[in-house]
Design a protein around this ligand. Structure first.
Ligand SMILES: [Zn+2]
Length: 314
């Protein structure tokens, strides 16, 4: 008997610039992560959640042919590549809304990028070091001289892994919005001064590495330059079995930790705009467009384990 080729259709989802959204690639990475969790003998329920992340995707096909996701299950694991892709889209959208509004309210304000570090640590010390880092950050930002010209901030905790000596480098990136008076007279805080007050806030005896720079207006304007520097904190982890220890350390290190924090005007605007939580909130709607999707047709894509791809349900 002739085998009749089943005309199954593979999911194709492209963004507005025609770039493939690569659902398949992200799903494969999430499955790899689930495998590593399994090897690490994590709880079955946790493995199951990551393994089924984005299994079924329900879209509405708009009249122009583009797809809009309207229903899916996302595991929300801190290390999940699928979820972190959704989070980074949502974060970019929200940050641009907040920055736009902040510039509108304070057009003369300036932006700074501050990077605060601590000495590298071993995997076991990661969790407590991140707590120390965020507590010290709060102490630093309560200082009179820091507060004096500060309008708002956005801070994000990032962890990188040093393969050479197998240590971790937790650090904080801060996008600061300051009054222009920050650059005048005794208000200015030099790199050396930042280093000193960060060391005091950390309560350590060494001088930690600190980087401070002004965001310069580029061809894309101030807004573009600000958004370029305020990236969502997910360094892609190499998800191979060799790095099983890294997955274990990062999972435990980031466990129940908030990576993002907002202050001052940024916090107020975030509330005013009723922006949802990036880390633990809804990962289906990455922007808050109130698009009417009732006219489009429904497209359901289901992950096929054997074929390792998304197929459309007929
Ligand atoms: Zn996920």
């Amino acid at each position: 008997m002739d085998k009749i080729q089943n005309q199954e259709e593979i999911l194709v989802d492209k963004n507005s610039r025609g770039k493939d959204r690569n659902w398949r690639g992200r799903k494969i990475l999430s499955l790899k992560l689930a495998d590593i969790f399994k090897e690490l003998q994590y709880k079955d329920s946790l493995i199951e959640r990551v393994a089924t992340c984005g299994d079924t995707l329900r879209f509405i096909r708009r009249e122009d042919g583009s797809l809009k996701l309207y229903q899916a299950y996302f595991c929300k694991n801190k290390l999940c590549p699928m979820c972190n892709w959704r989070r980074s889209m949502k974060y970019s959208y929200q940050t641009s809304r907040i920055v736009d509004e902040a510039i509108k309210q304070e057009p003369k304000a300036r932006f700074l990028i501050l990077t605060l570090t601590v000495k590298n640590v071993e995997g076991e010390a990661l969790n407590s070091t991140i707590s120390q880092l965020t507590k010290s950050f709060d102490r630093l930002f309560r200082r009179a001289k820091v507060k004096k010209n500060l309008l708002g901030y956005l801070r994000s905790v990032e962890v990188t892994h040093n393969e050479n000596d197998n240590t971790y480098h937790p650090h904080i990136h801060v996008l600061m919005m300051v009054k222009s008076s920050y650059f005048k007279g005794g208000n200015y805080i030099s790199q050396i001064e930042w280093s000193g007050i960060w060391s005091q806030s950390l309560k350590v005896s060494y001088t930690p590495m600190v980087d401070i720079r002004t965001v310069k207006e580029t061809g894309k304007g101030l807004r573009g330059a600000v958004l370029e520097t305020a990236k969502y904190p997910t360094k892609p982890i190499k998800l191979d079995v060799e790095n099983m220890q890294v997955v274990d350390d990062l999972y435990n290190g980031l466990y129940r930790k908030r990576q993002l924090g907002y202050g001052g005007l940024f916090k107020t605007i975030k509330k005013q705009l009723q922006l949802d939580d990036v880390e633990n909130g809804d990962l289906i709607h990455t922007s808050d467009d109130k698009e009417n999707i009732s006219k489009g047709t429904e497209i359901v894509a289901i992950w096929n384990v054997t074929k390792q791809n998304y197929y459309l349900k007929k």
